[in-house]
Design a protein around this ligand. Structure first.
Ligand SMILES: NC(=O)c1ccc[n+]([C@@H]2O[C@H](COP(=O)([O-])OP(=O)(O)OC[C@H]3O[C@@H](n4cnc5c(N)ncnc54)[C@H](O)[C@@H]3O)[C@@H](O)[C@H]2O)c1
Ligand SMILES: [Zn+2]
Length: 362
């Protein structure tokens, strides 16, 4: 399946395929294959690099491999610098593609290296986590963390191609798969009834990692993200709807301690919370949405409650400090129905009500 994305003057395909077959030819797309740089890490490399290198060589590419250390803790300026130096040491030219094989961390760092080395190299994203397939590999945001905060250094650099090989998800740990489901459900709520109903119907198959079920929701999710990004490539307005569930999700991550609750899990709880809040405020045109999201989260193995011991006061403070706050108002993405969300300005005095919605038991 090939999903065309047109954004910021760039046009590229997101290919959702069983495996890597055809990737080498798609990467060449009308010009000569030559050298390319595959960037991966010590977890993903041993699992999937051999198949990728085989495919690339078969299509006439001469791939070189550069390794990054694994994990969010290594998404740093130092790692980016070492990667750029590793790429430059290969004496590549401006047309040498960088192929990012891994999850969102690999994609973000390799993407930033591709954006900056020689002022820009072609980037091919080969996402191997569900989160990277449905979220980080599409839209052109690249970058690393700084001591001052997450994702504070980076560039917009659209890929030339995104290739999601579903077979790579077979080796993904369960909790990483669940994380991806959090963003899939968010995208389904943004897209509308069709996508949401598909997630509901396919939930048992998704948990079993059924390839056709995964293909359907990855495609829906990519289309949703691509449409939003095409409208607002540099995040000046509409792209903010992608933060649905994230204001509460980020607050939860901060209060629980990063790593306790995984990002996608926190987003799932946050999505449920903001939907309940919308119901409490009478903004929901489809009153069954909180119950549907609760059932869907349970079916996908996502958490539905704030972990025990979390203080409402601490959560309220974390929500209030969210970066989307401006002049006593909190900018919040609120659903009114599947396929309809609004950016609303909430007075900070409302934050306790919002937190209550997060804590209220089903
Ligand atoms: N650029 C964007 O628009 C965007 C959007 C959302 C998130 N992100 C970023 O994405 C990152 C999170 O991405 P992630 O959740 O993919 O995390 P990740 O890249 O750290 O991957 C999670 C773990 O799974 C391993 N892994 C990856 N693929 C595997 C496979 N097929 N089999 C076995 N193990 C595998 C990884 O090596 C890692 O240990 C964050 O840094 C976040 O900021 C970026
Ligand atoms: Zn997210």
């Amino acid at each position: 399946m090939r999903i065309p994305v047109a954004v910021a003057g760039a046009a590229y395909d997101v290919v959702i395929a069983e495996d890597f077959g055809g990737l080498g030819a798609a990467m060449a797309a009308g010009r000569d294959s030559g050298r390319c740089v595959v960037v991966t890490n010590p977890v993903v490399g041993p699992l999937h690099a051999a198949a990728l290198l085989h495919e690339l060589r078969g299509a006439g590419w001469q791939p070189e491999v550069v390794e990054l250390p694994d994990g969010e803790a290594n998404k740093t300026l130092e790692t980016w610098q070492a990667l750029v130096q590793g790429i430059l040491a290969l004496r590549i030219d401006r047309h040498t593609p960088v192929v990012a094989l891994g999850g969102g961390v690999t994609g973000d760092i390799a993407g930033f290296a591709a954006a900056t080395a020689l002022r820009g190299l072609p980037l091919v994203q080969v996402p191997t986590t569900l989160l990277a397939m449905v979220d980080s590999s599409v839209g052109g945001k690249t970058g690393v963390n700084a001591p001052q905060g997450k994702n504070l250094v980076g560039a917009f650099h659209q890929p030339a191609l995104v290739w999601a090989a579903l077979t790579t998800l077979r080796t993904l740990p369960d909790d990483e798969l669940r994380c991806g489901f959090g963003e899939v459900v968010k995208h389904a709520v943004l897209q509308g009834e069709d996508a949401l109903a598909a997630c509901e119907a396919l939930a048992p198959a998704l948990v079993r990692r059924d390839a056709s079920a995964l293909a359907r929701v990855v495609a829906d999710s990519v289309r949703t993200k691509a449409a939003v990004v095409a409208e607002d490539p540099l995040e000046n307005g509409r792209r903010a709807v992608l933060n649905l569930g994230h204001t509460l999700g980020h607050a939860l991550e901060a209060v629980c301690g990063y790593g306790t609750l995984r990002h996608g899990e926190a987003v799932a709880i946050g999505l449920l919370g903001v939907t309940r809040y919308a119901a409490a405020r009478g903004w929901l045109d489809t009153p069954d949405l909180p119950d549907r999201l609760l059932a869907l989260s349970l079916a996908l193995g996502l958490p539905t409650r704030v972990p025990a011991g979390v203080e409402p006061g601490a959560l309220a403070a974390a929500v209030g400090f969210d970066k989307k706050r401006a002049r006593g108002m909190l900018r919040l993405v609120v659903p009114s129905a599947p396929g309809r969300v609004d950016l609303r300005s909430i007075p900070v005095e409302e934050v306790p009500l919002l937190v209550q919605a997060l804590l209220s038991d089903p």
